[in-house]
Design a protein around this ligand. Structure first.
Ligand code: NPW
Ligand code: ADP
Ligand code: K
Length: 484
């Protein structure tokens, strides 16, 4: 849930009359105390750092509970809570002394509970907070964060001055900032505490996991045939640039597509012919688009991996994207081809009710296609991908260690299972092929993209830290077949 979605859920829960905000705060502080006792019961002292808002309120509650359990608790406040707030009520229940943050002097055997800022924080961490957190790091004192490490923005994961915590206790649902970097790396172990919040309405933000798309996975009927199981066309690069398209074609097959064809110049097909067996090859002469037209029942096309010829990529993509044609996965050179002007492509893509264009940029390609969105880095990766998807009428897969998949209707998922093993040449080509393989089998573009990104991540994990792109392809089916 984004901060706004969480605030709405919080407000709806309180408005429903089941219990007031102070009850939620008691439960939240209780969950923090539980986490501290479960993981740091042997701490010599517990230092609780409290901010002026509700995050601080949770800190006062946790401090009171931990002191009641016999721990040695000290509490420091950046500023007192505003009168009349739940946090002020919580602070009244803390009977011990309240020091300033400058009095915080941790030891390695202690625990620090960071309840300075949570969901309500924006901007730059005030100096006294930065220096207190830095002291915890310098003195090797583990930090348990309440909701978020202070300074991390819950919507973007950005957080200048925030420090790495041993663990973070958040409430009801994880926020994008727990999954997007650098926030993800700063949270440590993330514990989600159910505190009785009930969402009023469905939300549009997800962690990418099978629950989100499992129901849309292709399950071929007994009467299927190879074309009904999904036909994919992949445009090849030139003679000395065929590998990327071959990786995409193989990945499309391993994602279950029944018939995969590589389209290319005859020179390039000679090279492919020496490598592939069950993949079909179709030569283009002067007119690659006409060659595509001769293929039967194509459900998805991959254009861009290793393609090389930017003007040709541009004209092919423009010809493929229309009101009824196959899905198009546009990657690599296919994206770069539209760096100067993508408005015509986007206008054509937006005609479809269900998106049929999937863009799979890494950060550099994204900046070429959406320079204005990329320039506003403070908006964060989630907002950037959402805005791009809406503008393009396309599913946007903004790749990286925390890949975001966004649909034009506002849905967006943050992926969390990727490992650095995926940072290997050709890995993106495999992903593009897997998206096309699933889309050709009739999976809607957003679900197909989410599923492919997740399967790609699992394939990376299963293939170990030294995986190469070929290994990822081989590892795809095991994870897919477990889900269907
Ligand atoms: N949602 C839930 O279900 C539940 C939520 N709960 C808890 O509530 C937390 C959210 O509380 P919150 O909204 O009061 O925000 P919080 O993070 O305490 O910060 C706000 C304070 O910080 C200040 N401030 C902000 N930026 C600043 C800056 N740059 N520099 C300096 N000051 C700055 C800001 O000042 P202001 O902007 O108002 O002047 C205000 O005083 C959430 O993380 C969770 O822990 C649980 O109790 C129960 C269930
Ligand atoms: N550090 C990382 N951790 C996890 N996944 C990564 C990391 N770096 C890259 N990836 C993933 O690896 C793939 C690389 O794609 P791309 O940059 O297009 O590479 P290529 O063009 O060589 O195929 C993407 O799916 C991306 O999300
Ligand atoms: K915090």
């Amino acid at each position: 849930m984004t901060n706004a979605e969480m605030a709405a859920a919080d407000g709806a829960t309180i408005k429903s009359g089941a219990f007031g905000g102070i009850v939620l705060m008691e439960r939240a502080g209780g969950a923090v105390a539980d986490a501290a006792l479960a993981r740091f019961a042997a701490a010599a002292r517990v230092h609780v750092l409290c901010g002026p808002g509700n995050n601080g309120g949770d800190g006062y509650v946790a401090a009171r509970i931990l002191a009641g359990k016999g721990l040695s608790v000290r509490l420091y406040a950046l500023a007192p809570p505003k009168p009349g707030t739940d946090a002020a009520l919580a602070a009244e229940t803390w009977a011990g002394p309240v020091g300033g943050l400058d009095a915080f002097a941790p030891d390695p055997a202690d625990l620090a509970i960071d309840a300075v800022f949570g969901a309500g924080f924006s901007g730059a961490l005030p100096d006294p907070v930065q220096s207190a957190l830095a002291r915890a790091v310098d003195r090797r004192c583990p930090v348990l964060a309440v909701d978020l490490p202070s300074g991390v923005n819950g919507d973007t994961g950005q957080g200048a001055g925030a420090v790495a915590c041993a663990a973070t206790v958040t409430f009801y649902r994880r926020k994008p900032g727990h999954l997007l970097y650098p926030g993800r790396a700063l949270c440590g172990e993330t514990i989600v505490a159910e505190i009785g919040v009930r969402a009023a309405r469905p939300t549009a933000t997800f962690e990418n996991a099978p629950d989100l798309w499992r129901g849309a996975l292709p399950r071929p009927g007994a009467d299927t045939h190879k074309y009904a199981r999904g036909a994919v066309a992949v445009f090849s690069g030139p003679r000395h640039g065929t590998g990327a398209s071959r990786l995409a074609a193989l990945a499309a097959q391993r994602a279950g597509a029944g018939a995969v064809t590589i389209l290319g110049h005859p020179n390039a097909l000679d090279i492919h012919a020496a490598h592939v067996t069950s993949i079909m090859l179709r030569a283009w002469g002067d007119d690659p688009m006409a060659a595509l037209g001769t293929l039967k029942g194509i459900g998805a096309v991959v254009l861009g991996p290793g393609f090389g010829d930017l003007p040709l990529a541009r004209s092919l993509a423009a010809a493929i994207v229309d009101d009824k044609g196959p899905a198009l996965v546009l990657d690599a050179d296919g994206i770069t081809a539209f760096a100067d002007d993508a408005s015509g492509l986007f206008d054509a893509a937006r005609v479809r009710d269900e998106p049929a264009l999937v863009l799979t940029p890494h950060a550099g390609e994204f900046a070429r296609l959406f320079p204005d969105l990329a320039a506003d880095a403070a908006a964060g990766k989630l907002a950037m991908a959402r805005a791009a998807a809406e503008r393009a009428g396309a599913v946007v897969v903004l790749k990286g260690p925390d890949t975001v998949i966004a649909a034009p209707d506002g849905r967006a998922a943050v992926n969390a299972n990727a490992t650095p093993a995926l940072a290997t040449a050709g890995s993106g080509d495999v992903l593009a092929g897997a998206v096309a393989g699933l889309a050709a089998q009739g999976m809607p573009a957003f679900e197909a993209a989410c599923a492919a990104v997740w399967l790609h991540g699992e394939a990376g994990r299963a293939s170990g830290p030294l995986a190469i792109a070929e290994d990822l392809i081989a590892a795809l089916p095991a994870h897919l077949s477990k889900l269907v």
